[in-house]
Design a protein around this ligand. Structure first.
Ligand SMILES: C[S@@+](CC[C@H](N)C(=O)[O-])C[C@H]1O[C@@H](n2cnc3c(N)ncnc32)[C@H](O)[C@@H]1O
Length: 325
């Protein structure tokens, strides 16, 4: 386990973002701040909700295509970005192991405890391999993942959709830079679909997504000595059909004053005023291909589920196919 994001650094980055984001108009925070230990646990419970179709759909595609992915890549090392519990990743690990290829698993996530738990669980079920857990930020620490072997880098769960288009382009270029000639990249994204289905996934009947979103205020209270009253804010999800992304926000239920002691900040919220906490983009197949191409990655294969809800795309460095170098 390597920690490249020490506690002091995390708190400093949170302070910087909170100062910039909470005083901006409109107000915003980055989605990575939703994932403290409780946030990761809530997200894990969200993935099991009947309304939350992306996880089970992506799992179904992985189950169906794992053998093909192994044949196409011949990877001996699996590298995962934003790995969380790495639960679906186990499908690929098992398939690589069954083919006698698997030697190494590397996972990178900001959420330290969840990453540690996942890494140790994978080591326990695959005792013959090397497991490297990197506590870091995929927007800063990708170069730490460059290495040897034949590698398959995976970025699942539609997490890339939490980045803005410019940030996505930067991240994909970063991925391209850590890929060697024989390496491949597997990207999971949610596809454009009936907005009602998307809305339902973020407004679950158990209120877990609301709890996940509101958890940000608990983090700000704990880490920055803020005095957000959770009952004074509500979870809101809007699917923006122009940008084709979900916007999550926390909306002030009334006019209210909030103090962020560690930043010496006094914030006045109007009734109905929002803090934007996450975007989650939906994609079209031609858009995925174009964004990958712009980063120097060529699509080898794109798989979707029978309902066309989710896509897994396998890409390789341009002008090369897996295993050709
Ligand atoms: C939507 S969840 C997906 C989790 C898992 N990959 C899946 O498919 O279910 C996003 C994951 O990315 C992590 N994450 C978010 N922003 C990150 C960042 N900037 N750097 C590294 N990890 C990040 C979160 O901690 C969380 O585990």
């Amino acid at each position: 386990v390597e920690v490249h994001l020490g506690r002091d650094e995390v708190v400093q980055a949170l302070r910087d973002d909170a100062r910039a984001g909470l005083t901006a108009s409109p107000r915003w925070m980055r989605p990575k701040w939703l994932y403290d230990e409780r946030g990761s646990e809530l997200f894990d419970r969200i993935t099991r909700l009947p309304e939350y179709y992306p996880t089970r759909t992506e799992r179904a595609i992985l189950l169906e295509r794992a053998g093909e992915i192994v044949r196409l890549t011949g990877a001996d090392t699996l590298v995962e970005l934003g790995s969380g519990t790495s639960e679906k990743t186990r499908i690929l690990l098992e398939a690589l192991d069954a083919a006698g290829l698997l030697r190494r698993f590397e996972a990178l996530d900001v959420s330290e405890q969840t990453l540690r738990d996942a890494a140790f669980a994978i080591l326990a079920s695959h005792p013959g391999i090397t497991v490297r857990a990197v506590v870091g930020d995929f927007e800063r620490h990708l170069p730490l993942l460059a290495g040897h072997g034949v590698r398959l880098v995976v970025f699942l769960g539609g997490t890339i959709g939490n980045l803005l288009p410019d940030e996505r382009a930067l991240l994909l270029r970063g991925v391209r830079q850590i890929l060697g000639a024989r390496d491949a990249f597997l990207l999971g994204v949610d596809l454009v679909k009936d907005p009602a289905e998307i809305d339902a996934a973020y407004n679950d009947s158990q209120g877990l997504t609301a709890e996940f979103n509101l958890n940000l205020l608990l983090i700000l209270n704990r880490e920055l000595g803020a005095d957000f009253d959770l009952a004074g804010f509500e979870h809101r999800e809007v699917y923006d059909t122009v940008h084709e992304w979900v916007e999550l926000s926390l909306v002030s239920r009334r006019e209210q004053h909030v103090r962020v002691a560690a930043l010496d900040l006094e914030l006045d919220f109007a009734a109905g005023e929002a803090i934007y906490t996450e975007i989650s983009a939906r994609f079209r197949p031609q858009g995925i291909t174009a964004e990958l191409a712009a980063a120097g990655l060529r699509v080898v294969q794109m798989w979707t589920d029978s309902g066309g809800a989710f896509a897994l795309t396998l890409a390789v460095p341009d002008d090369l196919s897996p295993g050709s170098a």
